[in-house]
Structures are given as C-alpha cells and as structure tokens.
Design a protein around this ligand. Structure first.
Ligand SMILES: CC(C)(COP(=O)(O)OP(=O)(O)OC[C@H]1O[C@@H](n2cnc3c(N)ncnc32)[C@H](O)[C@@H]1OP(=O)(O)O)[C@@H](O)C(=O)NCCC(=O)NCCS
Length: 336
C-alpha cells in the first residue's frame, strides 16, 4: 500500500471585494448582524466580464499548485473537481480543467458533496494513489456562488454568507512512510437533504415549469434554501464526531493536533469546535472573515493560506474537517 502526500497547494480568489456595507446597499442587512452571526466582514465576487468562472478559477489555483509541486501538468493521472456551482449542468468542471491545462487526455471526475466536497475529493484521490493505480492527482475545489444567489432582502440569510474562490492541491505518492494523508472518514445522512439545498433547475424543477408556477418566498427552487439553525446544530455535532473518529483511527488525541483547518462555514461553528477540543487560537486556522463561506473551496483556500503564512511545518499533525449540504461530513488527518 502506498501513501499520499500533498506536494503543492494553490489558491485563487477574484479581485472584487464585497464588504458587508456593500451588501447593505442591496438588501436590508448590516455589518453588525453579519459579523455577530457569522464572523464574515467581506467576501470576493466574480465581476461580470472579468473572465472568471468556477472552472477558470480552479485552473488558476491549479497552476500555482502544480508549480509549487514541481510536477508537470502532463504527469497528472487524474483530476478530481469538487463544486456545487459548476459552469454547466453537464459536463462537469473536471473536463474543462483538463482542456484548459492542455493535458492530452486524462480521467476527470466531479464530486458533488458541497461543503464536504474537498474532503470527499481528497479521499477519492487518496484511494487511487494508495492502491498504486495513479501517482499524481490534481484535486480542486472551486465555487462561483455569486452567480446564483438572491441579493434581495428575501435571500439575505443565505446570500451574505457565501463567497467565490478556488483552491487546489497536487497529491502524489509519498516516499516516506508515515508522511501524508493518514486517514479520511466520510459520512452522509440524506434524510436532511432538503435542509440545505438548491432544487433546480433540474429534471424535477425544469425551467418552463418554474416560470409557469411563478414561485414566491422560500419556495423559489432556483435559489438555495438553508434551515440555518438546524444546519448549525448538526454541524457542531458532526464536526466533533468526525474529528474524534479520525484521531482515534490513528491512535492520536487532541493534544497531537498542531493545526485544525475546519471548513469555513461560520466563525461561530469553528469557535464552538475550537472550544470543545480546547484548542488555542494558533491551532485553528480561520479566514472566513475575508472570504465568506466558499464551500468546496474553503478548505483548500485556508490550507494554502496557512501554508503560505508559515503556519504548517514538517511533521505537523493537520486535521481537516467539513460539514455541509446532504448532509455530508468528513475529516482528513495528515502528517505534513
Ligand atoms: C444563517 C445564520 C447565520 C442565521 O442566524 P440565526 O441566529 O439562526 O438567525 P435567524 O435565521 O433566526 O434570523 C434572526 C433574524 O435575523 C433576520 N436576518 C436573517 N438574515 C439577515 C441578514 N443578512 N441581515 C439582517 N437580518 C437578517 C431574520 O429575518 C430574523 O429576523 P426576525 O427575528 O425578525 O424573524 C445561522 O443560522 C447559521 O450560521 N447557521 C449555519 C449556517 C451555515 O453554517 N451554513 C453553511 C453550512 S456548510
């Protein structure tokens, strides 16, 4: 059995900064409410005409990760792309990346596990490397949320939370036993599927029917719906469970954690988890204040930034954990 390590990381966020005050000009909200409930001060939004899309941002992050890994795009054996906001209903963004990177041909697959997407994608990549089937896998998480949110007062409890951006990791076979991804644990609970969902357009909610129904209020299927408090309660429980599950599987305990990088769902969720595990501020990396919740991109953006800021050192035990729509959740334990 081989082991997988992260050879290179990259991130890209659009230049356009949208502050809480900017949002308050479009809807009935304010900086105090958003900061107090979520910790978010600003986020990035693609600007029409700036050339960005979910796949394009993913490629920008991927190019940085490839350069840092010193691995040629021609040596990539597989692309795994996690997003809930693909450029097209089909095909997925993975094939667009393969084309934009000018890789001759390679397998490319999209993962649709929303906020847990990067952990799922990492796990998929890890299995292929462990078994020896592939050596180098490019994993991307990218989201264009601003293209599909309701920026009127009706959508304020959701639209203030989410931001655009992308992160990427190049995974490769590790030469050193004990270095790299030690474990991943994945879960889902589909009975809560609609508690955080976007129903359409889909084959169940097709465009002409949606228009004919003229939906109003919470029933508009083409905007995300989130049962915020229910999501919050489930998130804090599942984050804790899956972190413990990962630690136990490796014979580790909380004292062994050098850095926890939680999916940036909400600063209050991260702080709850931090206090539960009695971690110091230095042991938890948060950047939701600057980028909002970027769903599948949030962990790779935060991981890249933590690494760029020198917060991760060789031999560190890193815990990545996520929870989101599905519900889905997961963790990855990594020795850097
Ligand atoms: C979304 C969330 C911030 C809302 O906070 P909350 O304390 O549950 O707030 P509520 O939804 O009960 O709304 C409280 C009030 O604020 C109002 N409100 C909602 N969004 C608002 C906004 N952006 N600005 C101002 N007021 C807002 C509501 O209308 C409500 O008003 P009312 O009391 O007059 O009815 C919170 O539930 C949360 O963080 N949930 C988890 C979300 C999450 O992490 N999602 C990602 C998972 S991966």
């Amino acid at each position: 059995m081989y082991q997988t390590k992260i050879a290179g990381l990259g991130k890209y966020v659009p230049e356009n900064i949208v502050t809480n005050d900017d949002l308050s000009k479009k809807m009935d909200t304010n900086d105090e409410w958003i900061t107090e409930r979520t910790g978010i001060k600003e986020r990035r939004h693609i600007k029409k005409g700036d050339g960005n899309s979910t796949a394009v941002m993913g490629v920008k992050a991927a190019k940085i990760a490839l350069e840092r890994a010193a691995i040629s795009k021609d040596d990539i054996d597989l692309i795994v792309f996690a997003t809930l906001s693909p450029d097209y209903y089909f095909p997925g963004c993975g094939v667009q990346v393969q084309e934009m990177l000018e890789i001759d041909t390679c397998p490319a697959l999209d993962v649709r596990n929303q906020c847990s997407g990067f952990i799922y994608a990492l796990s998929v990549a890890d299995q292929f490397i462990k078994t020896g089937m592939y050596k180098n896998v490019l994993v991307i998480g990218s989201e264009n949320h601003s293209g599909g949110l309701d920026f009127t007062t009706r959508g304020r409890s959701v639209s203030v939370i989410f931001g655009d951006g992308a992160g990427a990791a190049v995974l490769t076979r590790s030469d050193h036993n004990g270095q790299g991804i030690l474990s991943t644990h994945l879960h889902s609970e589909g009975k809560h599927a609609l508690e955080l969902s976007l129903k359409g357009p889909s084959t169940n909610y097709w465009v002409p029917e949606i228009i004919a129904d003229n939906p109003q209020g919470d029933d508009i299927p083409y905007y995300p719906y989130m049962n915020g408090q229910f999501v919050f309660k489930n998130a804090i429980q599942r984050f804790s469970e899956v972190i413990n599950e990962g630690l136990q599987a490796n014979g580790l305990d909380v004292d062994n954690i050098d850095m926890l990088i939680p999916h940036q769902a909400n600063l209050r969720i991260s702080q709850f988890v931090q206090h539960k595990f009695k971690l110091s501020d230095d042991q938890v990396y948060n950047n939701i204040q600057k980028y909002g919740n970027t769903t599948a991109a949030s962990i790779p953006i935060a991981l890249t930034e933590a690494w760029e800021n020198g917060k991760i050192e060789d031999g560190d035990i890193l815990v990545l954990a996520a929870f989101g729509s599905g519900f889905t959740w997961g963790s990855a334990i990594i020795r850097w």
